[in-house]
Write a protein that binds this ligand. Sequence first.
Ligand SMILES: [Mg+2]
Length: 213
Amino acid sequence: MNVLHTTVSKIANILLAKNIGACDVDNYNIVSFDIFDTLIIRNNLNKPSDLFDLINDAEFKTKRIEAEKLARAKAAKSEITLDDIYEHLPLYDSGIEIEAECSVCKSNSEMIPLFNYCRHSGKRILIISDMYLSSNVLTRILISAGYDVNGVDICVSSEYKDTKQSGKLYESVLREKHLDPGRMLHIGDNFQSDYIMAKRNGINAFLYKKDLK
Ligand SMILES: [Mg+2]
């Protein structure tokens, strides 16, 4: 193990030890990450819907929130896509929201070393997200934030039609990718979706909370 590897390993494990004590990433050869508030931070947004303030239209925010509610009601328990939301916004272009989303998404400097360490260690990496955006848009966001996602599986609820929140997205990903949950660590910021539900599927989990600056 060279000096760089040792240093990055220390950074990664200090980070992992921050909340839950002993949890060594080297014990796992499959690591999955949540995206929002884990790998990616939305710059200057207090809550996700603040994004809609960036669209230059006084009525957009109210209409966009209502459209998402309608799309979720129509889909019942299934997960929705951005197109499902924009079916209820016929006068608006989802591309403008995607551009706004991309403009505020930045890498989380605390996670980059850990992500890169996992890559350099040859671990299998997945990204598992409950999100209405497509995997293509998420890939674009991650690449522009500086993550090398070549060979990384991006598994998103909008495409699987299952969520982490219900636990079923983990179930589907494990089955489809033929993964052994016992060799897998999931890292994310949501207690229910990223911690409880990962554990319920036999995956070890690390509940990550970014330090408030
Ligand atoms: Mg999150």
